[in-house]
Design a protein around this ligand. Structure first.
Ligand SMILES: NC(=O)c1ccc[n+]([C@@H]2O[C@H](COP(=O)([O-])OP(=O)(O)OC[C@H]3O[C@@H](n4cnc5c(N)ncnc54)[C@H](OP(=O)(O)O)[C@@H]3O)[C@@H](O)[C@H]2O)c1
Length: 239
């Protein structure tokens, strides 16, 4: 299958690319980001770097002909591009909203129009959100309230887009808590994170399990419309 990963240059994207080029179910990975996606380090013998095509996109509202060509004939797309909460204070709110919401919907529009040989089966679209994203716009969380409501709005828009896509797109929302890479960080950082996440009731999940869950759902089909942290731990461990 041909897999598109948007936001492939980031923390989750790099691990997802590493797992995807090792998966026998994946024949081609198109990694789209605003900069080159690096070839992953410490690859297994079964990894096939030839499966990976790095595509640089300089306008996520108006795709170039090259990007349109690269997304054609895709079977699945995993969408990782967003401004994370820690970066959201570093730029104007309108910009955060544009990157998180407008870029995602523009991407869905292009994917739904892209030519596909296997058009009878909907393109599988996995949107990675966050555990505290809130779809109910009347329930503002006490911390990062505007951000959590905005990410919840994106979840609703993605699901609505798929429902109205005339079977072009099938969507799944994945909602990780704080994602931890055991290869990085140290005991002090982990302890601080554990205290902070317990105060805001945010579960911790591991990077391997998140990427494995995303890949499993994109290649094998969606278990359900929304996957939470318990689902990520369960699916990630068995793959
Ligand atoms: N990390 C966590 O603990 C965590 C927890 C829960 C949910 N999530 C969600 O998981 C997804 C991926 O997170 P991550 O940790 O991998 O984030 P990340 O490392 O910041 O990567 C995000 C991706 O979005 C791209 N991006 C950011 N701003 C952009 C812009 N203005 N224009 C174009 N591309 C832009 C980044 O490009 P560059 O590489 O060039 O910056 C990167 O490819 C996000 O939706 C995030 O909210 C993450």
């Amino acid at each position: 299958m041909k897999l598109i990963i948007v936001g492939s240059s980031g923390f989750v994207g790099k691990e997802l690319v590493r797992q995807a080029i090792t998966s026998p179910a994946v024949t081609s990975v198109v990694a789209i980001a605003r900069r080159e996606t690096p070839v992953p380090e410490s690859l297994k013998d079964s990894s096939d770097v030839a499966k990976l095509t790095s595509v640089v996109c300089d306008d996520f509202l108006n795709y170039s002909d090259n990007v349109k060509h690269q997304i054609s004939n895709a079977d699945a797309c995993i969408w990782l591009m967003a401004v994370t909460p820690s970066n959201s204070g570093k730029m104007p709110w309108d910009e955060v909203r544009k990157i998180c919401l407008d870029y995602t919907i523009a991407g869905l529009e292009e994917l739904s129009k892209a030519p596909r040989d296997n058009a009878k089966k909907p393109l599988q679209f996995v949107y990675v959100s966050g555990a505290n994203a809130e779809r109910d716009q009347s329930k503002k969380p006490w911390i990062l309230g505007d951000y959590c409501l905005m990410r919840g709005e994106v979840e609703t828009r993605v699901l609505d887009f798929a429902k109205n896509s005339n079977n072009a797109i099938e969507a799944c929302i994945v909602k990780p808590g704080l994602i931890r890479d055991p290869q990085q960080g140290n005991m002090l950082i982990n302890t601080f994170q554990n205290v902070a996440t317990s105060i805001i009731n945010l579960p911790v999940v591991y990077l391997h399990d998140v990427a494995a869950t995303l890949l499993n759902q994109a290649t094998e089909g969606f278990e359900k419309e929304t996957l939470d942290c318990d689902d990520i731990v369960r699916i990630g461990k068995k793959t």
